[in-house]
Design a protein around this ligand. Structure first.
Ligand code: PLP
Length: 354
């Protein structure tokens, strides 16, 4: 078993870092200088190290490529007002990572390995953490089955890798969503709550169709009856109706978002009451028709808070009010940012300073 002190750091002799790269705005286009990597075999993690970012050499029979044992997380580190670097909600991301890994019959990652690996890989690339509103270092931990065989089986060998890259704001303009009542992202008893690679691959086709119709994303409904609202793209969804924040309750077909959880914990401080429950498409439609829906937004690590300005139900488009600075979504977005950058007290202990 790898111990804390076992995580060696081999620094790159050169850097690709430039001001332009750190400040660029294309999400996912730029990767920092280093990565963490560890191998799982003989039922334990070994050889944990931070090394210069590089390609992997993969056997074509690598099991993850064939049978989909691949699980990831998406997290962020921020440059605080005093120049320190903080990693956001490590524990909550680790809990979800391990739940996803268990669902996919993959080895879980011990807390100390996850935490120390993150700290070391962020520390070595700390100059890559951008400053400024909406900018951060996106961190991608993932595990995949690296064993090479072609029989359908649970792999016995895996790789755990973490890399990062500077990112700017995810969506520049408010979102147009299409309520999806034909295709499904997840079903009861399936893998919807897990951040496994296959969930994303399977969502591309319906999303592409929605995009060809002029929408940005689909708003998923339950896979059984297409009657209840679930989530959208890489975001949970939230609505403000008659001054109350309402969001679908998490289930085995909805990802338990860290941003969602953070926003719900912040409601009280911001004087907002909230409900987590089922929301039917019919109910959403009645809010839209009656004008009761004051706000609709997506919540996720990449986008943080993404205003929604149009929702389409069965071919009818409904337009939503513009997100002004007084709206709950904007107030909570700023509160979150203030906590992450140290402008507001970190009352929940969400930041890990590197
Ligand atoms: C399917 C899905 N739902 C919701 C979310 C939001 O989760 P989080 O706030 O943890 O990023 C994500 C992003 O990770 C996602 O991929």
């Amino acid at each position: 078993m790898a111990k804390l002190e076992d995580i060696t750091v081999l620094k790159s002799t050169s850097t690709r870092l430039s001001k332009d790269l750190v400040e660029q705005n294309e999400f996912g286009a730029v990767i920092s200088d280093h990565m963490f990597i560890a191998d799982y075999h003989n039922q334990d993690w070994h050889d944990a190290k931070v090394i210069p970012y590089s390609d992997l050499s993969l056997n074509p029979a690598t099991l993850a490529l064939h049978y989909g044992q691949s699980v990831f997380e998406g997290m962020k580190a921020f440059r605080m007002k005093d120049g320190k670097i903080s990693i956001y909600r490590i524990q909550k991301h680790l809990q979800r990572f391990n739940r996803s890994l268990e669902r996919m019959c993959m080895p879980t990652v011990p807390e100390y390995l996850f935490t120390e690996a993150l700290k070391k890989v962020v520390d070595v690339d700390r100059n890559w953490v951008p400053e400024g509103e909406g900018h951060s270092l996106y961190i991608r931990p993932f595990v995949f089955a690296s064993e090479a065989r072609f029989g359908v089986k649970i792999a016995e060998e895996y790789k755990f890798i973490i890399f990062s890259g500077p990112v700017g704001p995810y969506y520049g303009t408010p979102l147009k969503l299409k309520v999806e009542t034909h295709y499904s992202r997840a079903i009861k008893g399936g893998t919807g709550y897990a951040k496994c690679a296959g969930n994303y691959g399977a969502s591309f086709y319906p999303t592409q169709l929605a995009k060809s119709e002029g929408y940005d994303q689909v708003l998923w409904t339950d896979g059984k009856e297409h009657k209840y609202i679930e989530e959208s793209g890489t975001m949970n969804v939230m609505f403000v109706v008659d001054g109350l924040l309402i969001t679908p309750a998490t289930s085995d077909s909805i990802l338990d978002g860290v941003t969602r959880d953070s926003i719900l914990q912040l409601t009280e401080i911001l004087g907002m009451k909230h409900e987590e429950r089922k929301i039917s498409v019919e109910e959403l439609e009645s809010w839209l028709k009656s004008g009761k829906l004051q706000e609709a937004f997506g919540a996720g690590t990449a986008a943080v808070v993404a205003p929604i300005d149009r929702i389409s139900i069965e071919g009818i488009d409904y337009t939503l009010p513009v997100a002004t600075p007084e709206t709950f979504m904007m107030r909570v977005k700023h509160k979150l940012m203030d906590i992450r950058t140290g402008a507001s007290e970190d009352i929940f202990g969400w930041n890990t300073i590197v």
